[in-house]
Ligand binder design. Structure first.
Ligand code: IPM
Ligand code: MG
Length: 369
């Protein structure tokens, strides 16, 4: 019998991207062999490298490959080479936002799990981290990231109350259906977990947040088993470091979710430990929550675990391979229990022979599988 075949579109991108992606592919290949499944991986240009090669951060061929795949694995994009404030120049991040929009990936799931052996890698006290296990559900295709925006150069007229000088604006824009569908994703997730949902907004100031709150409570009627707590985003930022174990599922708009998830990643000890799944109607995309870390690119020291945890999410959400996902999660936990650390998660007591680089960390996980 032919083995089951999954087509994975692979986007290594920029910076540390290719290094951590190599580990993901090696782990995937090993898993495929033991599970009797074939992973057909097809690499495509994305981000800064795509700008260099084609002028566009998301070439049509890449988008087509992503649309045709069973799932997309993305490492990271961006770097100083392509940093610009010129609105007419292409930027790698536009590729990422374009991909999210084109694939309709409105729901971004970022699980924040504290691996017990890493409790001392966090900048917070271990007792604060006890019991932390949360899921951040970030709206991904609306809000400030995609609202009406403009940059006006030159002099603005007296009619607009303007004087000389440049002007720029972005708009936090949400429609009812966008809020309702992300709320449903969050309620469903909460139902399968501890049944507690924090809906995070800024309803004391923003109109879009007041609509957000209304719609979330309308959707809540279908989920009487889930407790909903409204929380203002500034308070959430504080609560995340004060008593993070209070959170089960957090649902919030795009920009708030971007900021809060970086903050929450430090509960795990490192941004290098936070994976994400971006889901929509069709092909889903899996990527670490961290960026391309150009400062350490090419040195072989980047932590590949967020990338590998993203593979775990792909096995669960797109490929229905829960056994393999469990094995991968256990292998990662095991390697950490054995004391192995990349630089970002090393502590003062990390033994010299337990300090590893990107490839070694990937190998250790693969051997455990
Ligand atoms: C993330 C990143 C992206 C975002 C950037 C790279 C555009 O920070 O995935 O959190 O802001 O969404
Ligand atoms: Mg971010």
């Amino acid at each position: 019998m032919e083995p089951r075949t999954f087509r994975i579109c692979v986007l290594p991108g920029d910076g540390i991207g290719p290094e951590i992606m190599a580990e993901a592919i090696a782990v995937l290949t090993a898993l495929g062999e033991s599970e009797g499944v074939a992973f057909e991986t097809a690499e495509a240009l994305f981000g800064g490298v795509a700008i260099d090669a084609t002028g566009s951060p998301m070439p049509t061929a890449t988008l087509d490959a992503a649309l045709a795949a069973d799932a997309v694995l993305l490492a990271a994009v961006g770097g100083p080479k392509w940093d610009t404030t010129d609105p007419d120049k292409p930027r790698p991040e536009q590729g990422l936002l374009g991909m999210r929009k084109e694939l309709g990936l409105f729901a971004n799931l970022r699980p924040v799990r504290v691996f017990a052996p890493l409790a001392d890698a966090s900048s917070l006290k271990p007792e604060v981290l006890e019991g932390v296990d949360m899921l951040i559900v970030r709206e991904l295709t609306g809000g400030l990231y995609f609202g009406e925006r403009a940059r006006q150069t030159g002099v603005t007229g007296a009619a607009e109350g303007g004087g000389p000088g440049r002007r720029a604006y972005d708009t936090m824009d949400y429609r009812e259906f966008e809020i309702a569908r992300i709320a449903r994703v969050a309620f469903e997730a909460a139902r399968g977990r501890q049944g507690r949902l924090h809906s995070v907004d800024k309803a004391n100031v923003l109109e879009s947040s007041r609509l957000w709150r209304e719609v979330v409570h309308e959707v809540a009627r279908d989920y009487p088993d889930v407790e909903v707590i409204d929380q203002l985003v500034d308070n959430t930022a504080m609560q995340l470091v004060r008593r993070p174990a209070q959170f089960d599922v957090i649902v919030t708009e795009n920009m708030f979710g971007d900021i809060l998830s970086d903050e929450a990643s430090m509960l795990t000890g490192s941004l290098g430990m936070l994976a994400s799944a971006s889901l929509g109607e069709g092909t889903a995309l899996y990527e670490p929550s961290h960026g391309s870390a150009p400062d350490i690119a090419g040195q072989g020291v980047a932590n590949p675990l967020a990338m590998l945890l993203s593979v775990e999410l792909m096995l669960r959400h797109s490929l229905d391979m829960h056994g393999a996902a469990d094995r991968l999660a256990a292998a990662i936990a095991g390697v950490l229990e054995d004391g192995f650390r990349t630089r970002d998660i090393a502590g003062e007591d990390t033994a010299a022979d337990r300090m590893v680089g990107t490839a070694e960390m990937g190998d250790l996980v693969r051997l455990r599988l």
